[in-house]
Design a protein. Structure first.
Length: 127
């Protein structure tokens, strides 16, 4: 199997996709050994590798080459640089922990607001 092919049967393209591949539509591939499957269009990268990619770019490796070698888009690289630029691995871990804590606190606040609204409605008070 090619590294660009998805092995999951649920991701296979229907017969309509075969015509698209014959016309050269992007994101599809004809293969002699396997049925038509879409290209893998996303790559999930988290944590230390992102910092490593950013450090490689700072050293002088061209961004296009770096993205091609590791299989992610230029847009992903620039988004990561905007978010993680200048950080070290411990800084990135701390940022992730803070984002998780912030999400938890937001959920708790939303629940408490809903509880307060439910109490007001149950007691029949106006807002």
């Amino acid at each position: 199997m090619n590294i660009f092919e998805v092995s999951s049967p649920s991701n296979r393209i229907t017969s309509r996709g075969t015509a698209a591949a014959a016309r050269g539509v992007r994101g599809t591939k004809l293969s002699n050994t396997s049925p038509l499957v879409p290209f893998r269009t996303s790559l999930i990268v988290t944590g230390n590798p992102i910092i490593g990619f950013l450090q490689q770019a700072e050293v002088g490796i061209p961004i296009k080459e770096l993205c091609r070698q590791h299989g992610f888009s230029d847009a992903s690289f620039y988004n990561w640089r905007a978010k993680f630029g200048g950080m070290t691995v411990p800084d990135a871990k701390r940022l992730k922990e803070l984002e998780a804590e912030n999400g938890k606190l937001k959920r708790l606040l939303a629940e408490s607001i809903l509880d307060a609204e439910a109490l007001k409605a149950a007691l029949g008070r106006k807002r």
